[in-house]
Design a protein around this ligand. Sequence first.
Ligand code: ZN
Ligand code: FE
Length: 252
Amino acid sequence: MGLEIHLFPCLADNYGILIRDQATGLAATVDTPDADAILSEAGRLGWKLALVLNTHWHPDHAGGNQAIKNATGAEIVGPPEVTRIAPLDRPVGDGDEVRLGDTRLRVIQTDGHTQGHLSYYAAEAGAVFVGDTLFALGCGRLFEGTAQDMWTSLGKLAALPDATRVYCAHEYTASNARFALSLDRDPQVAARCAAVFAARAEGRPTVPTTIGLEKATNPFLRAPLLASALGRFSSDAEAFGLVRAAKDGFQG
Ligand code: ZN
Ligand code: FE
């Protein structure tokens, strides 16, 4: 038995992510960007939400907690910082295990975008839910953490098996691809960006991606190879910081 994963677009550029443990039929939502959209999608699938897995406290990730709680009674699990804006039943942190029926999800602390940002790794299913840490060809902005924080977090994700499917919380990939092409001449990057533009022109999602594909083409994971065009650095984290700053100022 395994884990079913259902992805759907919501809000301006978020993804709703519903998961269901096939052995028990228990379902969860990763984050709560839009409670109405999540409840209607779960209803359409016939999935009963028992669990909310928050990645971080931002309103497009935890803003629907209360409404989902009211409608389903689901247990809300996430980093303690979620209580800044929304209800939380059970705070979790690095190394904790969360169970959805027979499915085990390992909590990986992935700070940088915010402090108290979590990813959830379902090893048997070969999937990781990364919120706003790693994006297809991109990574989250540094709102609360340092370049070192995010570099450490990206390193934890990059250490997962290459085939691991990566479920990011936003469809930012076309913009990320334009930035990648501005910095990276690698032919695999060019080929991937062409595939991304084609997918988006047809309205197809570029999520999930995989750890292997990101290691090969993501300019943030490739920062130590690319950052010398942007400035001087004396560590991989500083190289990452230069690429992150360049993306922050990139018009494209
Ligand atoms: Zn966020
Ligand atoms: Fe977000």
